[in-house]
Design a protein around this ligand. Structure first.
Ligand code: NAD
Length: 427
């Protein structure tokens, strides 16, 4: 028997989203790759999958076990790079897809990394800080055999933050006997973190939107913006949109959906969310229904929560001009087709949310050289990498008459598969 998708359950596209979405995206790009399509199967088979048991002693003295993952999807162009998610919905299928999208994103931006992702299936809000520290440390120790500054470099994602990265860096360093700050990015500044990293993903979402607005004559200044997810990505993107003259008219997080047609005071909403853990009870906007949220008329819609949020049904009803994907995988392939038919421009995740991994790359470079850059330098380099990638992808989309997503996948897959071909298969 060969290792085809049909006999490896976790590779079966029929079994679960969002890996199925990733496979479909790869299938769509294959006809555009010429002779490199010979190597396309490599992208449908993650290179390495590690499933770990994470046992901890809870604060009440009982012992609990949680499931954790680290998937290295493709390492042809460099060490693995991708976040770690703590969320009750984490599954192997989800982590595989997220790792795949990291392969594409890193290659589309020209960063010298492969794609990886990790996660633990927990609701971080259900644990004390001490319990979260024990979960993080045990998880890090378990995946320690596959991570490292030149092997695979985790970073924050949903449910994790710079404190999580500090614990990961410390655990890995203790286990190997010396400080290895380059093993994770998104660390606190005091531990070798980079200025600008925390807001880099949101800033990149804004840059991608602004460039799309220039191409389509939809200026940010005065635009109405709707943002789903009000965490690291959505919260910061909303703030930067507003600072640049946009009106954020609606927000949604896991607990609340609110709108204010006059424009939401984002700093006030951020302060509320930081104090209460969600937008619930925020006085600066009115609660609205989830259905109404997805049908609000706006220039920019920024899904920045989880994957699969833009279903075909929502794609048929929404009234946005441009969708800028802050989240990874928010639009299903079927919804993508509907949006294209409806002439709604989608700036895909692998481009729009790449600001975070770009500044993670800067952090990794700074850690290696022990020489740290100013925030102005970081933001200027981020701008330049994002704009160059945007322009190249836009041009490919025009030349080949394909969507921006397919164009980004074409550029990325060409780079990954050319590296695969040049390295050759061992043995
Ligand atoms: P976060 O944990 O900081 O915030 C997530 C937000 O989404 C929270 O406001 C939460 O309440 C909300 N949310 C969760 N479930 C929801 C639901 N069902 N409906 C509406 N809102 C919901 O996470 P983050 O780091 O901002 O990540 C958000 C997305 O961006 C994820 O898809 C992540 O993979 C992607 N991303 C993050 C980074 C990064 O640097 N943090 C980089 C690239 C992509």
């Amino acid at each position: 028997m060969t290792n085809t998708p049909s006999n490896l359950s976790y590779l079966d596209p029929a079994r679960a989203e969002p890996w199925a979405s990733f496979i479909e995206q790869i299938d769509r790009v294959a006809p555009h790759l010429g002779s490199l399509s010979h190597w396309i199967e490599t992208l449908k088979h993650p290179k390495r999958i590690l499933v770990v048991d994470v046992p901890i002693v809870r604060d009440d003295g009982t012992i609990a076990h949680y499931e954790g993952y680290r998937v290295q999807h493709n390492l042809s162009r460099g060490p693995g790079k991708g976040g770690v998610r703590f969320h009750p919905g984490v599954s192997l299928n989800e982590v595989m897809a997220l790792a795949g999208w990291m392969t594409i994103k890193n290659a589309a931006l020209g960063l010298p990394f492969g794609g990886a992702k990790g996660g633990v299936r927990i609701d971080p809000r259900a644990f004390s800080r001490a319990e979260l520290e024990r979960i993080t440390r045990r998880y890090t120790s378990e995946i320690g055999i596959v991570i490292g500054p030149d092997k695979d470099i985790p970073a924050p994602d949903v449910g994790t933050d710079q404190q999580t990265m500090a614990w990961m860096m410390d655990t890995y360093s203790v286990n190997i006997g010396h400080t290895a700050s380059g093993v994770v990015t998104g660390k606190p500044i005091a531990l070798g973190g980079s200025l600008g990293r925390q807001e880099a993903t949101g800033r990149g979402v804004y840059i991608a939107a602004r460039q799309a607005g220039i191409r389509t004559a939809v200026p940010i200044d005065g635009a109405r913006v709707v943002v789903q997810g009000f965490g690291n990505v959505g919260g910061i993107a909303a703030r930067i949109f507003r600072e640049n003259g946009a009106k954020v008219i609606a927000l949604q997080d896991a607990e609340a959906t609110v709108a204010n047609p006059a424009g939401i005071d984002i700093p006030a909403a951020l302060t509320h969310a930081a104090a209460h853990g969600s937008l619930s009870g925020f006085f600066g906007a009115e609660p609205i229904s989830v259905d109404d949220f997805w049908q609000l008329e706006c220039e920019y819609l920024v899904p920045a929560a989880l994957e699969g949020q833009l279903s075909p049904q929502r794609a048929r009803c929404l009234r946005a001009r441009i969708i800028v994907e802050g989240a990874n995988g928010p639009t299903t392939p079927a919804a993508d087709d509907i949006l294209r038919e409806r002439n709604i421009l989608v700036i895909p995740d692998v481009l729009a949310n790449a600001g975070g991994v770009t500044v993670s790359y800067f952090e990794w470079v700074q850690d290696f050289s022990s020489f740290f850059w100013s925030e102005e330098e970081i933001n200027a380099r981020l701008e330049s990498i994002m704009i160059n990638a945007f322009d190249a992808i836009w041009q490919t989309a025009q030349e080949r008459q394909v969507s921006i997503r397919t164009a980004a996948f074409i550029i990325a897959c060409q780079r990954v598969l050319a590296a695969r071909e040049q390295r050759g298969l061992y043995p």
